[in-house]
Design a protein around this ligand. Structure first.
Ligand code: MLT
Length: 432
């Protein structure tokens, strides 16, 4: 047993005890209320979920187990000679709450490689049966679900495991699925482009291996994938992909079912697809080189006047610039300073918030990761925009599968919020 699993084992009983005590002492105390606008507004901002792996601060951005993005970029272990945090380190942190050593990260990397080798790497038959022009996110959801027959959580459930022990099967599934996702993603990419199935790398880290299966030996691509997967690794529990995973898992459906639901959620234009949509939106601006400030303003105003949103700007929770955007911006400015796309997106940073403010949007105007993730991928030569969502989903698996393990450790029950009809609401408001 490696130290990651050992630490989780040690934390199970204290975590359960802590939650039992909270419910016993404070079970009846309200911590949130909801108004009518929130009820019709996606329950936005209403505290209604527990998610142990990360929390989103409106000003500072995501905190992975309490640590900010800039802190972890400095502190998490890196690949030899590299400057970006390794996905294995993030996984260790999210799973255990503890920052890993280099040895911990090496052990997790070896565990993931061994798990990837243990499973048949042939293209899953369900994937092979899909027309290659099937949306990449649909291919990923199908591929993940088609591996469900290997679920350990499902096996031990059928064998009569108690709900409180299901987390052990969930942990196995989380690690097995994570181990297989880079090859699945590379398979989807390669078959879409008529390329041979990927070979597993012998000794690379998780994100470096993903890069290698997509693009071969390319150190810059590998570093970029390390940063990309780290930045997209988790974003607390209420975003659609995380919430869908959590919700489906709360029925004790195993991680293959739960994560395929998360992938389906991430495919939506108002979620993971906005990276792709941003690239489509910015394309006419850069068609003739770096545009003028006036041209950028005109494009923004025209978008708003057509009643559309500017993709990549504004976030449900964040009220400052997304630190994930800042990290990608720094990476791209350093590596690709001559790029017209990079320069144009720099201009957007200056122009869009002002345009949004002048159109009455005052709090929610700052760029998010979606306004830079596609820019990075394009600089790396990945021009297949529908595939971008797959890379986001594969990265996000680190967080939502870690959260799934903790959901089962805490034995969180099925989610079952109460719904009401508009008739009921009108009657209620007339009486109160
Ligand atoms: C995410 O990374 O999931 C997005 O920023 C959406 C969100 O947090 O609501």
């Amino acid at each position: 047993m490696n130290r990651m699993r050992q630490l989780i084992d040690e934390r199970v009983e204290p975590a359960r005890k802590r939650v039992r005590a909270l419910i016993k002492e404070h079970g009846a105390r309200p911590i949130a209320e909801i108004n009518v606008a929130q009820l019709y507004g996606g329950v936005r901002g209403v505290i209604s979920l527990v998610n142990e792996t990360s929390a989103l601060d409106p000003m500072q951005g995501i905190r992975y187990r309490g640590r900010t993005i800039p802190e972890l970029i400095q502190r998490l272990p890196r690949a030899p000679g590299g400057g970006q945090p390794l996905a294995e380190g993030l996984l260790f942190l999210l799973m255990t709450g503890e920052e890993p050593t280099d040895e911990d990260v090496a052990a997790v990397a070896e565990d993931l490689r061994a798990r990837a080798r243990r499973f048949d790497q042939a293209v899953p038959p369900a994937l092979a049966a899909l027309p290659p022009d099937t949306e990449p996110m649909a291919q990923l959801a199908v591929a993940v679900l088609s591996l469900q027959h290997t679920s350990e959580a499902h096996r031990i459930y059928k064998a009569g495991a108690h709900a409180k022990d299901l987390w052990e099967g969930t942990y196995e599934d989380a690690l097995n699925l994570l181990a297989r996702l880079p090859a699945l993603a590379a398979t989807i990419y390669r078959r879409t482009h008529g390329l041979a199935a990927p070979q597993l790398p012998d000794d690379l880290d998780w994100a470096g291996g993903l890069a290698w299966m997509l693009a071969g030996e390319a150190p810059l691509f590998a570093e970029a994938m390390r940063l990309f997967t780290f930045l997209h690794g988790d974003h607390e529990g209420g975003n659609i992909g995380a919430h869908a995973t959590h919700l489906v898992g709360s029925a004790l459906a195993d991680p293959y079912y739960a994560f395929s639901a998360g992938v389906a959620g991430l495919a939506g234009p108002l979620h993971g697809r906005s990276t792709q949509d941003f690239m489509r939106w910015v394309a006419p601006l850069v068609a003739d080189g770096t545009p003028s400030r006036e041209a950028v303003e005109r494009h923004c105003v025209a978008t708003l006047e057509q009643g559309q949103v500017i993709p990549g700007f504004g976030h449900a929770v964040l009220r400052r610039v997304d630190p994930r955007y800042v990290a990608l911006y720094r990476f791209c400015r350093e590596r690709f300073p001559e790029s017209e796309l990079v320069q144009t997106v720099g201009l957007l940073y200056e122009v869009v918030p002002e345009v949004l403010k002048s159109h009455g949007q005052d709090r929610n105007v700052w760029p998010t990761v979606d306004a830079y993730a596609g820019v990075l991928l394009r600089q790396l030569g990945l021009v297949d925009e529908p595939f971008y969502g797959v890379l986001i989903a594969v990265s996000r698996a680190i967080g939502v599968l870690s959260a799934q393990v903790w959901d089962r450790i805490l034995a969180l029950p099925p989610e079952r919020p109460k719904s009401v009809t508009t008739d009921w609401l009108e009657r209620y408001l007339a009486r109160h």
